[in-house]
Ligand binder design. Structure first.
Ligand SMILES: [Ca+2]
Ligand SMILES: [Ca+2]
Ligand SMILES: [Ca+2]
Length: 368
């Protein structure tokens, strides 16, 4: 299970931050720890604590704090800090390499301009140094995803959370308009809590294309991500007329109370999501009857206005998963509609799963 520190729904400071002052170098992964360490240093009365014993104490000892990273277009990335900063020019560097044309400080922000276009969907790491008016320097590493100007319309179209050995858990995506997959991220769960994810490479897709993401790979050599030929991959439920991808670490899908969400990039906007449950809403329960994980998913999707129509959805507002099985998948209609409610979904009869192909409109009839 991955718990990710959210940061204003924009690219987070998920990279390592390194703070430099005087002769000391410390490694941090976040602001709170940097404050803690300064507190320790001051408390110890070490030589690194300017002003100790010699008031005034209103000296700014705190380096700038990175608030957000935003890709503005294919040539510009904007970093926001908690105070005005100047860039330390010799520290700016990117991996993989990308030529920097220059940097411009604007209020609490810095815009980095590149001399060449970012590669679509490429994960970059930017190394940079910034200095505040009191000379406190922050050396930082931050991640961003190369600008994708052609994000397609795309829907989560089918899934089988109750997969089996022969029909393992899969998620089908249906492309609704031409575009490029570069940088899109599919998560088992939602931004705040997820079991696994796949980040798609730059790849042109067409309206009507199907993509099958296998979340429970066996780990055999035949399981390959299809960047070229559609029949390149073997493995269970691989489809010769669709693009197969294999989610790293084979997390599977939660069987009974889960969510799947698709984002346009790391820290970006949600493109589509599904929420499912085997429970019913309990309004007397502070979690509305959800499991702890299910409630996190429901909250996150309500906040993103992707499910729940303005309120946190209870389990009864999610797709009822109880009648599904490995071959009775959850499906949108053959001509999918997306109202962000369970009304868009049905369970198909036995063996009517259709990963990589058009969905069946037949509905499973429970014998009960
Ligand atoms: Ca295929
Ligand atoms: Ca949706
Ligand atoms: Ca299908």
């Amino acid at each position: 299970m991955v718990f990710k520190n959210g940061m204003n729904n924009s690219n987070s400071n998920s990279g390592l931050c390194k703070l430099v002052r005087g002769a000391g170098i410390w490694h941090f992964s976040g602001f709170l720890r940097s404050i803690t360490l300064w507190g320790i240093l001051l408390g110890l009365g070490g030589g690194c604590a300017p002003g100790k014993g010699t008031a005034p104490f209103d000296v700014d000892l705190i380096p700038p704090i990175l608030r957000s990273v935003q890709v503005e277009d294919e040539r510009h990335v904007r970093l926001e800090f908690d105070e005005p900063v100047m860039v330390v020019p010799e520290e700016t560097e990117l991996a993989p390499s990308l030529d920097v044309e220059g940097t411009v400080s604007q209020e609490n922000g810095v815009v980095v301009a590149f001399a060449e276009n970012q590669a679509v969907g490429m994960p970059y790491v930017l190394r940079m140094g910034v200095e505040d008016a009191s000379g406190n320097i922050l050396l930082l590493l931050c991640e961003f995803t190369g600008h994708n100007p052609q994000v397609p319309e795309i829907l989560i179209n089918e899934l089988n959370p109750e997969g089996s050995g022969n029909n393992p858990d899969c998620v089908e995506l249906r492309v609704m308009s031409n575009g490029n997959l570069g940088g899109l991220i599919l998560r088992v769960g939602t931004n705040q809590r997820y079991d696994g994810q796949i980040r798609f490479p730059a790849l042109e897709v067409m309206e009507g294309d199907y993509i099958v993401v296998h979340t429970k790979a066996e780990g055999i050599p035949e399981e390959v991500d299809e960047l070229g030929a559609l029949d390149a991959s073997g493995g269970l439920l691989a489809c010769d007329t669709a693009r197969d991808f294999w989610m790293p670490d084979s997390p599977g899908l939660p069987g009974t109370n889960g969510a799947v969400a698709l984002y346009d990039r790391e820290g970006g906007q949600i493109l589509d999501a599904v929420l499912y449950s085997n429970r019913t809403t309990d309004t007397d329960d502070e979690r509305l009857g959800w499991t702890a994980a299910g409630y996190d998913f429901a909250q996150d999707l309500a906040e993103a206005e992707e499910w729940g129509l303005g309120e946190i959805p209870g389990p009864s507002d999610a797709i009822a998963v109880v009648d599904s099985s490995a071959t009775r998948s959850l499906c949108r209609m053959s001509s999918p509609v997306d109202t962000n409610t369970k009304q868009d979904w049905h369970i198909v009869p036995n063996s009517r799963l259709s990963f990589g192909e058009i969905n069946s409109d037949e509905v499973y009839e429970s014998s009960n």
